[in-house]
Structures are given as C-alpha cells and as structure tokens.
Design a protein around this ligand. Structure first.
Ligand SMILES: C[S@@+](CC[C@H](N)C(=O)[O-])C[C@H]1O[C@@H](n2cnc3c(N)ncnc32)[C@H](O)[C@@H]1O
Length: 306
C-alpha cells in the first residue's frame, strides 16, 4: 500500500498523480535509510507528495511501519536502485526536489563506479527535475561535495550554489547523528536545473511480454547454453543454468542480463505447445522488459532452433 510495486506497472513513466490521487508536487529522497527525514517532511507539509527510493529491504520495511503509524497518505516507497528508478519511473520535468543525505562516498578509485552521482545520474536529474527544481545533497565529506559540484557544472544544465557548511538538517537522520557524534562537519550542495532536457529511457515503447515461436528445439544446443555470454556496448547476457521438467515439456533458463549497468536475474521458459515451442519471459519473472531482456528471449530462440 505504501510501496509501489514497480514491476507490476502497466506503462512507464509512472503516473504519480493517479497513485497519490492528486497532482501535488513531488519530492524524492534517495537512500532514505531510517526514513527520519522523509516521514517528518511528510508529516509537516502535506502540500507535497513524497517518494523514497532505497535499495535496502530492511529500510523499506522500517519506513512502512512509520508511515502506517503516522497515518500518512502522501508518502510512497520504491525498493530499487535510484539510478534506474529516477530515469524509468519519472517523466521529464516531474520532480520538484531530489534530496540525498550522506550517500556512501566509495572513496577508493577502484570503487568509484559505485558512486551515486555519475554523469548518467546527473543527466537523469537534468531531465526529471522541473525547471528551477533542485537537487539537495548533504554530505560529511568535502571532496565528495566538490566532485559532485564539478559533475553538475560539466553537465551544463545546472546552476550550482557554493558548497556551504551547515549546522543541521531540518530533521536529524541516523547518519547525521552518527557523524555528529564523531565531530564531523556537514556540507550542503544545491544544484538548480536551468534548462529543458529529455533523455531516452530503457522502458520506453513496446510493452508485450517478450516471446518467440520456433518449430523444433535442438536439445543439445539448449543444454550447451549454460555459460553462454554475449556482450555489446550497452547490454550483456549471461545464461547461468537450465532446469528441466521431468517429462521434457518445459525448460527454465536462468539468465542474468545487464542494460547500461542495471543488472537483472530472471527465468525464460521454453515450453512445448500443440505445434512447435514457445520461448518467453517467465510470467512471474519479475523482470523489467528492458532491451537486454528482449534480446535474451530472441537470442535463446535463435540459438536453440533446429
Ligand atoms: C549512508 S546511508 C544514509 C541514510 C540516510 N540518508 C541518513 O542520512 O541516515 C546511505 C543509504 O543509501 C542507500 N543507497 C545506496 N545506494 C543507493 C541507490 N543506488 N539507490 C537507492 N538507495 C541507495 C543505502 O541503502 C543506505 O540506506
């Protein structure tokens, strides 16, 4: 009820006004952790709708309890990587503010690819924020704030205010308390969007369940697909395993695929029909129908056709 089942949505971007039942402006918090800020903001100002995005299942469970206890109807949660969620679930010019508090800095250069703020994420912000909308970042690490500032300036769509030292957030978060106890400083960076920009999404267009029909299956080729790997510029496909129904009428192919750094794991069915075989994404696969997922179904069908 407080968490949007983003894999069950019929078309993207999500129509947030239908989910909330009003067209109030949207404020998104990325990595809300304990949810202290999001819940307090929602309690104190119900002229906005609030959306929290987290990769931690535990954080999502915890905040849902708080939303329920406080009877809030202006907060929704998404369990997903924010880099994917912001780009795929929000239309151009649809978010008033994106708030990020104390993101993990991934200080070692070999881990830099894990940092939230990369070129693509900032490009996503340049599309999904309203014109004059803001990205508000608080961090305890000055070099991190400087690095993010430079990335916003390089993007060219943002006016970036000087990094300032602050005393405290409007509502203290768990990490704010933690760093305060260690005597660390807090830095605020605000980037304001100043242009109109639209970006291409992975989940645009055709929304059919990916499927292919073939006449005959070469079972040796099917079995030898385990370990198959195919990579192109934006996509990677890896076949991990194959499970067979005892009577040989159905095969489940376990796949990992990646679109522009976004990884999914799911099953593809190879099913005996009255005539021929059907290769299709498993109904309960819980995979977004991205270009890599469509290519997986297409590739398996081509590889195993006799
Ligand atoms: C250091 S904690 C800060 C939590 C909270 N903002 C606070 O101030 O207490 C960073 C949080 O970001 C979440 N996170 C990390 N990468 C994320 C991503 N790509 N998308 C969404 N959440 C993410 C983590 O699960 C974690 O809860």
């Amino acid at each position: 009820m407080y968490q949007v089942n983003t894999k069950e949505i019929k078309s993207y971007p999500i129509e947030w006004n239908k989910i909330f039942g009003n067209s109030n402006k949207l404020i998104v918090e990325v990595g809300f952790g304990g949810g202290e800020l999001l819940v307090n903001l929602a309690q104190h100002n119900n002229n906005y709708n609030y959306i929290g995005i987290e990769t931690s299942l535990t954080s999502c469970h915890k905040i849902k309890k708080k939303i329920f206890q406080n009877n809030l109807n202006n907060v929704q949660i998404i369990l997903e990587d924010a880099k994917f969620a912001l780009r795929e679930f929000f239309s151009d010019n649809s978010i008033n503010k994106v708030i990020v508090n104390f993101p993990c800095p991934w200080p070692k250069s070999k881990h830099a690819k894990n940092r939230l703020f990369d070129e693509k994420f900032i490009d996503t912000l340049s599309s999904v924020l309203e014109v004059d909308g803001e990205l508000i970042l608080t961090t305890d690490i000055f070099w991190y704030a400087s690095d993010v500032k430079e990335k916003f300036l390089n993007n060219g769509c943002f006016e970036v205010k000087n990094i300032s030292e602050i005393n405290q957030l409007p509502f203290k978060t768990r990490y704010e308390k933690k760093w305060e106890n260690e005597g660390r400083k807090k830095y605020l960076l605000i980037a304001q969007k100043r242009c109109e920009k639209s970006i291409k999404r992975l989940l645009e267009g055709d929304f059919d369940l990916p499927h292919e029909k073939i006449k005959n299956v070469n079972f040796d080729k099917l079995q030898s697909l385990v370990g198959f790997k195919k990579s192109s510029k934006n996509k990677t496909i890896v076949i991990k395993d194959i499970y067979t129904k005892l009577d040989g009428s159905k095969y489940l192919v376990k796949v990992f695929s990646e679109d522009e750094g976004y990884i999914q794991s799911y099953f593809v069915n190879v099913i005996k029909m009255k005539e021929g075989w059907l290769v299709k994404l498993d109904d309960i696969a819980k995979a977004y129908r991205t270009p890599a997922v469509k290519e997986v179904v297409n590739t398996i069908a081509k590889e195993i056709e006799n």
